[in-house]
Design a protein. Sequence first.
Lengths: 427, 173
Amino acid sequence: MGKTIAGKIFTAHLRDTPSPTNVVLDIDVVLCHEITTPIAITDLMAKGLDRVFDPDKIKAVIDHVTPAKDSKTATQGKIMRDWARRHGIKDFFDIGSNGVCHALFPEKGFIRPGYTVIMGDSHTCTHGAFGAFAAGVGTTDLEVGILKGVCSFREPKTMKVNITGNLPDGVYAKDVILNIIKQISVNGATDMVMEFVGPVVDTMSMESRMTICNLAIEAGGTCGICMPDRTTAEYLWPFIRESYAGIEDAVIDFKKWHSDPDADYASELTIDVTDLKPQVTFGYKPDEVKDVTEMEGTPIDQVYIGSCTNGRIEDLREAAGILADRKIAPTVRGILSPATPAIYSMALEEGIIKTFMDAGFCVTNPTCGACLGMSNGVLAEGEVCASTTNRNFNGRMGKGGMVHLMSPLSAAAAAVAGHITDPRKYI
Amino acid sequence: MKDFSGQVLFLDRNDINTDEIIPAKYLTENSKEALKPHILEDLHLKGFNHENDIKGKNIIVTKANFGCGSSREHAVWVFEVNEINVVIAESFARIFRQNMFNCGMLAIELSSEDIEALFSLGPQAMLTVDMEHNLITAENEQDSKAAITFTLNEFDRELVLAGGWLAFADKKY
């Protein structure tokens, strides 16, 4: 019996087998942000364990509330800053260089095929787009990761998701993954790695693959994962060029991680996207999804474009395509948060920021704030947001607020119309 | 080892997420104790009042996919500081379940039939979890009794006995 990509990564990183069904893995990269790490740091200090296993394998960012909004968030930032300095963690991203973790860390080349990655953040599954095993963990797992460079997991089962057909105009990665979650439900992939394969994934950019993997957790998945290929190698080339004679060599090397043809899967799902319409959530769970045409006319108060799901340059370009030479509805507050400084800078050079501003959007610095109702776009009770983020839980973006998840294209169309609408009318 | 007995808080709903257990706005706190009054503050469950209904409760019994959503361990800590050390459910989200064992607490999965049997004991039910015999004993004020066996992954058991993952890993790795 062959192995899946996740199985191969587990074998290559196996440190211990504490029970027949559990493994302890060596971790290649421990990612940290200021919401879940400060308590890990203070707990380690209190226990006399204020050490790091390898400062070069720890990457840290302040991204959830930045700039700090009050004394408490300022303190969280200070704890991170002091800790990074104390331990010589050179890859620490603070004001001016900080961005949304799951957009920033891949952009810096920190995530490579075959890596094991943990972070105290559920959307860590995003990094599986690079053919890595990347899992969100709690603060105790993070502490052990920081201290020992290991993490425990159950032996992974894999769900193979085969995405076939041709994506129609106006339908994007976000629509595909929302539809998959609709089909398998919010716990359809619990304790499983979601392996995304097939011709549609093969032709997707790294940005689109990250969007798909990002939402694996919304189906309960431990990690989303894609086979590392030429697209992966091209994205990573500036960081790996010293290791390979040419891109082709990297592509061939990456194949060692690919799932074997006779690999064992716990379940398989095929989705043909040829007739897929843009998708929108309607309730308070990410599997409550409808075609956008069924939601036509739903009034909105705010549009948010950003986050680790859809705040990348490709997302901004798609949205700007609709906003060009148009104004957003006077009843709508539009907020754009480019996910990283590099994306922001690229969007400036391409005129995208001006397009958003001319249309009536407010452009904020890169931050996670609004997505989880912490800052930079919190909803009031009874308000409705068309959002490119990843969670529509009741009160997620502010108590009493309603969130409809959708693609950047659908969000831009909603901003112009003042209500949820089919974005294909605008392209 | 923590105490694994006490009165039950029944939460009759699937998919209770970590935002409901502890809203994101409290994630700026730098101590576990500060979370205490905000337990289940945003739980969407008809008739539930988070200020009154958790008083004297030490065990949660609930339905499927408990603890889905964010990875925040605050959702486990807010139970810990309120002296709730056991959650019994039909199923858990992976990260929440791991966080429970990592803190030396119990996340026990039972069949829907066993969960129904516990619910049928009514709101005054008392439970005791016997780790040695893998047995949950339950009784209510009418003296109705139930004994339910459960299985625990061996590694998860070791974490509970060790007092959590940090203590276990610091010794072993």
